[in-house]
Design a protein around this ligand. Structure first.
Ligand SMILES: Cc1cc2nc3c(=O)[nH]c(=O)nc-3n(C[C@H](O)[C@H](O)[C@H](O)COP(=O)(O)O)c2cc1C
Length: 209
């Protein structure tokens, strides 16, 4: 009986300790930050997509949802996304670009509606500030990491003529292409470029004032 009681007390204590550890882990911001940090360290620009392997719809949905959750200036949500999946659309996008789109099977074109962006009228340094590029950059960044999280590779593309892209895709004049995000799976040739490993040291990266 004494032994049984002792066993019960030890078991209870183990349970309590287990819960404590679990709660601590959930509440530990360092652990959560580490996970995201690892994701950022793991990602690299993909330049060797497997053009034959389509990104699954569920993964694509999750990527787009992550983009949809992005914050925007004054919550104006000026971003307009176009999914380029057909051979024709992909070829058109490539024709307006001086960078390769690297044969990705799907490209998300992130644009903003110039009539919907937040404008900073109190700006004295820049002539005409509108939030379009920043809003789109957050949308694209969130999609980039949602893709990475699911094993889908990406590359950020700005090597295009926005005017030519607008024209070839027949977009309205107020829809400004900001960046493209080709998505897909890597091939056997895939590897980070040497640029991926070059980052400024922390002392150069940030200045404390
Ligand atoms: C704003 C921006 C524009 C970029 N445009 C292109 C591009 O047009 N073509 C390209 O091959 N890579 C492009 N890149 C990818 C960068 O070259 C790449 O992110 C950088 O060299 C660091 O390498 P990593 O992404 O592998 O870490 C672009 C990246 C950013 C952030």
């Amino acid at each position: 009986m004494k032994k049984l009681l002792l066993f019960a007390v030890v078991a209870l204590m183990m349970c309590a300790c287990g819960n404590e550890t679990k709660n601590e882990t959930n509440a530990n911001p360092t652990t959560e930050t580490m996970d995201f940090l690892e994701l950022t360290q793991q990602r690299y620009s993909e330049r060797f997509f497997d053009s034959t392997k389509m990104v699954e719809q569920e993964k694509l949905d999750r990527i787009l949802e992550a983009g949809r959750q992005a914050p925007t200036a004054a919550n104006k949500q000026p971003q307009r996304l176009y999914l380029l999946k057909s051979k024709e659309a992909l070829q058109k996008a490539q024709s307006a670009s001086f960078s390769s789109l690297y044969n990705a099977p799907v490209v998300v074109l992130v644009c903003y509606d110039l009539d919907s962006t937040w404008h900073n009228q109190r700006e004295t340094l820049l002539p005409e500030y509108n939030s379009g590029e920043q809003d789109c950059a957050i949308v694209a960044t969130q999609m980039m990491y949602a893709a990475e999280e699911q094993g889908v590779h990406t590359i950020w593309i700005r090597g295009f003529d926005a005017g030519a892209l607008q024209k070839v895709l027949d977009l309205p004049a107020n829809i400004i292409p900001a960046m493209m995000l080709p998505l897909g799976y890597p091939t056997a040739n895939s590897a980070p470029s040497p640029m991926h490993f070059k980052r400024k040291p922390m002392e150069e990266f940030v200045t404390e004032l």
